[in-house]
Every structure is written in structure tokens, then in C-alpha cells.
Design a protein around this ligand. Sequence first.
Ligand SMILES: Cc1ncc(COP(=O)(O)O)c(C=O)c1O
Length: 426
Amino acid sequence: MGTARVVFDRWSDRYAKRMADVRSSAVRDLFAAATRPDVISLSGGMPDIARVPIEEVVAAATSALRDSGLEALQYGSSEGRPNIRSVVVDLMAEVGVRAKLDDIVITAGAQQGLDLLGKIFIDPGDTIITEGPTYLGALQAFSAYQPNVVCIPMDDDGMRMDLLAEELKRLGPRGAKFIYTIPNFQNPAGVTLKPSRRRELLDLAREYDIPVIEDDPYGRLRFEGGHALPLRALDEEVIYLGTFSKILAPGLRLGWVIAPKPVLAKFLLAKQAADLCGSAYAQLTAERYFADTRWRKVLQDLIRGYSERRDAMIEALEEYFPVEAHWTVPAGGFFIWVEMPSFLDLKSILAEAVERGVTYVPGDAFYPDGRGRNCMRLGFCFAKPDDIREGIRRLAEVLEDRLELYRAFADAGALSAAAGITEERG
Ligand SMILES: Cc1ncc(COP(=O)(O)O)c(C=O)c1O
């Protein structure tokens, strides 16, 4: 595999300072090099789009053009078409969130929502609170606005409320611009915030007067267990980000934000400055797609497929991975988080893994400050179950090699220590 090419940039002293903190991804360069067909990707977060019946999307797109061509090809309103917002109203009602048409703005994916929320809330040096680890696209979007990111650790039940409470106490009332959370099947950790913690989080946010941003791309991809009410269902002050990327297709670039009126007004200004309005063609296509009830069957099929892949990955981890490894067991979504002993640097062994034909994302990509190098995110969303098993087997070999090295060192250390003790005693 090749190494990333360094390109001389003669404009490097002209860019705004804010871009200095927007991280380039060395990992992405590495993956670009890993295009060999035999490389199994456990790194990506791409939906299994092959399960979405293309003929139904073609029918929806054709109808959008044939029946509403003048609208599909014209500028639209910045909020998004009323009909697509009405689809969002219905989708949200099904998960317990009451929203009206004018509580909603359609975005170019949840990612645009993150960027625009960063734009309207963050001044350089402001503190924001996220889970640690957190979604790397959020870190990237927010970093352009130069915040100080405070990460709150998680356990199997999501963000630790005791640690959040400590941090808020330290920061004081209004001490952070917002709390950003992914409560369902978190990216990258795979864990879900348990219901009692949802209420605690909202109580703390109210006590310290800090807005909450709830990012929920995976909430409908639940494999087992009961539905947990979104934060937005419990508190209408919450800013909620949703997306069509995982229930239809990311290529349409359609998401939404639901927010209190004043926040939505600011958001709309930022949206207008960014792109005037979203694609009417994409919105019409989605409207047509969701007008037919078959989307529910497609979603069930997607959930079944992801659940099988999750099982395949967990079984393979149990079979092949070293005893030193610990991993989360997600009840939905796309990702598993693996933690190795702290002396293992998973970033430095990624190249070797690619060489052996498997990719993952090293954990430090999900922290703002280099933490997480002994961790990795594994995605079970894209590769087929047999490939997942083989990928985990290959990865286990790489890890075992490294661990053997460390075990040998540790044994040598233990032997010499033991020798020292014997000598002393002697
Ligand atoms: C937590 C989280 N938020 C936002 C996004 C962006 O999604 P979209 O395709 O809607 O922009 C993703 C995509 O993977 C994600 O995992």
C-alpha cells in the first residue's frame, strides 16, 4: 500500500485560522490506499443500500420529475417542502415526538445540521460537551468554529451522568454552549443512553441552563429491546437532528432539525447563507417513496440484515479476539467499540491490518485530543456476514502478533524481576 502524498500548498498562510483545527484524516488517506478488492472494510459507516429496492426509488424519482418537474427543478423554500416535513411529522410521532410542520427545517443530511448548529452557537474558545468518544463528523463540523470540547465518558448505559454532573458543576451555570449527544446506538461506541439517564441529562441541562442537541440517525435501527423515548419527546427545548440516510438512502442528502422557534429562526438564516434551500428534487423523491407503505418492509429488512451482521461480528469477536479485548454489544445501529490494553497503539498497527486485508477506525479519530489510541471502531453495517467473520479473524491475527510481543517483554520483565528478588533473597 502507498503512503499519503504531501502536497506543497503555496496558499497555506492565507487560510482562516479556524481551518487549522479542522483535522485532515490520515486514516482516510490510508483507506484511499486500501482499495484492493480483497481488503475487507470494517471501518466505514455506509448503509447496506443494496437492500433498498432500486425500482421503487426509480419510480419515486420518475414521478417527482414527471408529475412535479417544474417544482423539482426550481428553487424551493429554505424550510423544505411542506409535504416532506409532513413525512417527518409522521415519522417523529411514531417514536413519541410531537412536532408541527413549522418546528421542522429540512437539511442536507444531519451533517449539515451539525455544521449549522456549530455556526449559530459556537464562538472561538466556547466550551461544548460531547460524549467521549463521539461522532467524528460532529468533531469535524464543530472544530471549524474553534470550541473547547469536553468529553464525558460512557459506560454500557451511555453517557455517565455522575461525570456530567461533576463537569457541569466545574463549568457553572451556562458554562457550556451545548451538550451534544447520540443517545441511540452511539457512533462510535454502540451504546444506548438508558431511560433514567435521559431524564437525568435533561434535569442537569435545565439546572445549568444549557441547550441539548440530540443526534439520532440510528434510533429506528433497533434489533432488540424496547424503544427508548427520544430526549425531544421528554423536553421540547431539545434540538433534535434526524436523517433519511439510514432509513432510505444517504445519497439523497436529506435530514431534518426540530428545534424551539427562536433557535430554528437562527438556524434558517444559517441554512439560507449555506445553500439557499435544499434539493426540491430529492425532497419530492422522498415524499413519493414514503407515500407508499412498502418502505416499512424495506426498513424491517434492513434491520434484519444489520442484526445478522451484528451477530456475525460478535460471534467472530468471541471466537477469535484475544482475551485482553473488551467490546460493546449494541442493540442496534452500525458500530461496535473495542478496547484493548492501554499499551497497544491501534493507530500504529492499522497499516499492518490493511496489509493483511482488513480496515477499522482507530479510536483517537473520535476524540478531540488524541485519546482512544488503544480503541477501535468496527462497523458491521456494510460487509457481508462471511466477510465480517474473515475480517475479524485477520484482525485478531494482527492483534495477537502485537500482544505476543508485549507478553514476551512482560514475561522477560517478570523473569528479571523474579531473578532480582531471588538475588536479593540470596
Ligand atoms: C451520529 C451521526 N450523526 C450524523 C451523521 C450524518 O448523517 P447524514 O447522512 O444524515 O448527514 C452520521 C452519519 O453516519 C452519524 O453517524
